[in-house]
Design a protein around this ligand. Structure first.
Ligand code: MF3
Ligand code: CO
Ligand code: CO
Length: 268
């Protein structure tokens, strides 16, 4: 399969799906506090999707070589890099958790994730969370026709490594549309001027996974999904779905509760 370009109707479909995914995170935000289990967060999300008239893209999702994913979202706590499966362990003060929501609405997919700090966290944890958010936006602001995917990866890598963090290599952003994961792959590291040139109508995610320690990851346990840092260091991730417009970008996964972009973001 190749890159799909969205026409006006597709863009409208993607806008709606993106906003709904973000609104699931808005809805969950007040619930993410010490004592809540990630299973309860998953249950609340499933209920909210039902109310929205959307469905979870992750529930039952089964790429080749994987078991079916068993939940309506992913919850990745502390040293979990991605694809954490909700469970019965309560969140505790000082945890950092990524909640990653992908919904389907009228056949279109919207994919977004945010970090949450449970209670209050260490300075190091807060710094990782905030700088990972900025790293994502350093990629987003480069999105416009003519930019190459390598330019985006390079911007993210340079910023993250410049702050002493490392960029996970094994997982990347992805084209998205009427399917969850489409071409192209959007690496969060790379060389300027390399890889595909962006063109209007492309929609893809930017979702850097940034580690406080070393970049290496490994599978955890035997659920077939959970990925952790090899050195047990904290990992953070943020994700938006973006559209390449004629002149720049449009972030499709914004909602009333989205955190504001960093101060360096002046374009759209
Ligand atoms: N939402 C994730 C992404 O950003 C994918 C999760 S797949 C799952 O691409 F099956 F683990 F849910
Ligand atoms: Co994604
Ligand atoms: Co996601």
């Amino acid at each position: 399969m190749s890159i799909t370009y969205k026409d006006a109707d597709g863009i409208q479909g993607m806008r709606t799906a993106g906003r709904l995914a973000a609104e699931v995170l808005d809805f969950l935000t007040p619930h993410i506090k010490p004592g809540v289990t990630t299973r309860e967060i998953d249950r609340l999300a499933a209920e909210h999707m039902k109310k929205q008239g959307s469905t979870s893209a992750t529930l039952g999702y089964q790429p080749p070589g994987y078991p079916p994913y068993p939940a309506s979202l992913c919850t990745s706590v502390n040293n979990v890099v991605c694809h954490g499966i909700p469970n019965d362990k309560p969140l505790k003060k000082g945890d950092i958790v990524n909640v990653d929501v992908t919904v389907i609405k009228d056949g279109w997919y919207g994919d977004t994730s945010r970090m949450f700090i449970v209670g209050e966290a260490s300075i190091a944890a807060r710094r990782l969370v905030n700088l990972t958010y900025e790293a994502m936006w350093h990629g987003i602001v480069r999105v416009k026709p003519g930019t190459r995917l390598g330019d985006i990866g390079h911007a993210i890598q340079q910023f993250a490594e410049g702050h002493g963090f490392s960029v996970v290599r094994e997982f990347c952003g992805h084209g998205i549309g009427r399917r969850f994961h489409e071409e192209p792959q959007v690496l969060h590291y790379g060389k300027p001027g390399t890889l595909d040139e962006l063109q209007p109508g492309m929609t893809f995610t930017i979702e850097p996974m940034i580690n406080l320690g070393r970049r290496e990851v490994k599978e955890f346990g035997n659920d077939g999904w959970t990925i952790v840092t090899k050195d047990h260091s904290l990992s953070a991730q943020w994700e938006h779905t973006v559209l390449v417009t004629e002149t720049g970008y449009e972030v499709l996964t914004l909602s009333a509760g989205s955190p504001p972009p960093p101060a360096f973001v002046t374009t759209g």
